[in-house]
Write a protein that binds this ligand. Sequence first.
Ligand SMILES: Cc1cc2nc3c(=O)[nH]c(=O)nc-3n(C[C@H](O)[C@H](O)[C@H](O)COP(=O)(O)O)c2cc1C
Length: 221
Amino acid sequence: MLYPARSMNSASLAANAKHTTPDNAQHAVDLLLSRRSHWPLSEPAPDQQHLERIFDAAMRAPDHGRLRPQRFVVIRGEARHAFGELLVDLAAARNPGDPRSAHAHRRQRAMAAPLIVALAAVIDGNSSVPELEQLLCAGAAAMNMLNVIHLYGYGGFWATGIDTYEPAMHRALGLDANERLLGFLFVGTPANDKENQPSQRPSSDAYVREWQPFEHAAAPA
Ligand SMILES: Cc1cc2nc3c(=O)[nH]c(=O)nc-3n(C[C@H](O)[C@H](O)[C@H](O)COP(=O)(O)O)c2cc1C
């Protein structure tokens, strides 16, 4: 759906441009283009001030209907040990025949970063905004977080894994029935120099095309 554009007069254009210059805009873009995921992650995690900015960035996600669906549960410090036990419990319940020791590596997963953020979306079922759009808002929030994590020089990794879709995990995180778990952001400092190298990406050319009016004419009614 198209929305009436808020008119941009020259004063608001100037206000928009004021916070940037071509040089620092290019620098910001270069930094964004060097983002990659990192695993595992070590200390330090973002300090409280950085963490607040990371969450502020999450609240900058485009949000149809201003529903603010994004929710975050922070798991850090000693709580990670209990989170590791939870991962083992869930795996043991899925595989009752296995010895509990078979799932010991899951404790390490919980310790793979100094900070873990569980990402959730509250779905407003009474809103005219489709559920998909509410989920996309929370996903965009996560992407903003990964970008700011990177801009501050930390590293992040978005992981789901089977646990994300287990009701027992939802209960353990205290999520309500109308909340959907979207995974976990593992956050910290890239553990080794190799991890700091930008990874290769395909050129965007193959993923972008220009719409042609004839496509519209040929589309079935
Ligand atoms: C919603 C979501 C869930 C993901 N879950 C996993 C996962 O469980 N395990 C995994 O190895 N990668 C997972 N990934 C992919 C990684 O986060 C990461 O994007 C991938 O390793 C590629 O790294 P890059 O971000 O540097 O391209 C997931 C990505 C998204 C968007």
